[in-house]
Design a protein around this ligand. Structure first.
Ligand code: ADP
Ligand code: IOM
Length: 347
């Protein structure tokens, strides 16, 4: 492989840190599952608008290609090579009374974590047989859940187009054909091995074999962040009794995208902020202060609709799960306060 010809459109962290020197050091290396630098960086090369532009094929990728992953992880999470990840899922330590009890701003709250099986490569390097085995193991484990977590697994293979589209539009299911995942090798053999599990109320959901082997999701209408967190914590602890997840003392839960390492948690609200949306500088000052990311209503790389934004924690590694949710909670409180002030001024 030749050193990639990056253009000025290539804005990813991968493009920033893949100097010729780093490239020469890594270009001929391979992990035990056969994953190469070329595969790791393909998404960022094919998609110049990538924010990060690199994926891991297995846990070992983070060591083998450390000369490239380490500075990206440091810049994204503020987490250095010598830091240790820590976990705290104790909801009693979360201070989060509903910031919008009258349901004026927050449409819905969702918290997800990514997980991958300890004994398998990650999605970019997994074989079809291994992926199908992951689907079998995970759907079996989910099938034994009881009480509020009890539900049903719906494989993508054989799902009607109408059901698939309506699950996506209602924000429950992942989209098909994501070009970032496509180039990362994460869409191979689609739709085989993929699917969604959910309880009756669709407040507890698990995606199987999308960007990670599991995305464990708790969501509901309104702004009761604590209730959403508590449901997620219960689901994680039940699943951990049945499945061994890939984990490292240093990097926490191992995920295919380095942005998700650590807690692998993205806690988000869909929130209507029409006044702040007209002053993006002020909006961004608040989100930056609280380490938050702004996405559109249809997920990453989508646009806002009707002044509704997806606001979530950006940092996931080196801080605990409680801190991830606290970041978003504190930021959302300030966003609502500012939106109210702007509304009062104009009327
Ligand atoms: P991920 O959360 O795994 O990073 P995306 O950003 O692609 O992935 O979002 C996945 C789906 O979850 C999208 O349909 C998005 O609209 C939906 N979603 C995210 N946050 C919320 C929320 N707070 N309420 C409802 N749906 C949400
Ligand atoms: N992996 C995905 N969440 N994203 C960070 C892609 C990118 O923009 O590089």
């Amino acid at each position: 492989m030749q050193y990639p010809s990056f253009t000025k459109e290539h804005k990813s962290m991968m493009a920033k840190y893949l100097t010729k020197e780093v490239f020469d050091e890594l270009k001929d290396l391979k992990t035990k599952s056969g994953f190469t630098l070329e595969q790791a960086i393909k998404s960022g090369i094919d998609n110049p608008d990538s924010g990060i532009g690199i994926y891991a094929g297995d846990k070992e990728s983070y060591d083998t290609f450390g000369a490239l992953f380490d500075p990206i992880i440091e810049e994204y999470h503020g987490f250095s090579k010598d830091d240790k990840h820590k976990s705290n899922l104790n909801s009693d330590e979360l201070s989060a009374p509903n910031p919008d009890p009258k349901n004026e701003y927050i449409v819905s709250t969702r918290i997800r974590v990514g997980r991958n099986l300890a004994d398998f490569p990650l999605g970019p390097a997994i074989s079809k047989e291994q992926r199908d085995e992951v689907e079998n193991r995970v759907s079996l484990a989910l099938g034994s859940l009881e009480g509020s977590l009890a539900g049903k697994y719906y494989p993508l293979l054989g799902m009607s187009e109408a059901d698939r589209v309506s699950l996506i539009e209602d924000h429950f299911l992942f989209k098909a054909g994501d070009r970032f995942l496509e180039s990362a090798g994460l869409n191979r053999d689609w739709p085989s091995g993929r699917g969604i599990y959910h309880n009756n109320e669709k407040t507890f959901l698990v995606w199987i074999n999308e960007g990670d082997e599991l995305r464990i999701i708790s969501m509901q209408k309104g702004g009761d962040v604590k209730e959403v967190f508590e449901r997620l914590v219960l689901a994680i602890s039940e699943l951990e009794k049945k499945i061994k997840f890939a984990f490292s003392e240093h990097l926490g839960y191992i995920t295919s995208c380095p942005t998700n390492l650590g807690t692998a948690m993205r806690a988000s609200v869909h929130i209507a902020l029409p006044k702040l949306a007209k002053d993006m500088e002020r909006f961004k000052t608040i989100t930056d202060k609280h380490h938050l990311q702004i996405r559109g209503v249809h997920g990453e790389h989508s646009q806002s609709e009707g002044g509704i934004y997806d606001i979530s924690n950006k940092r996931r590694l080196g801080i605990t799960e409680v801190q991830c949710v606290q970041d978003i909670y504190d930021g959302v409180k300030e966003l609502i306060k500012t939106e109210k002030e702007l509304k009062a001024k104009k009327s």
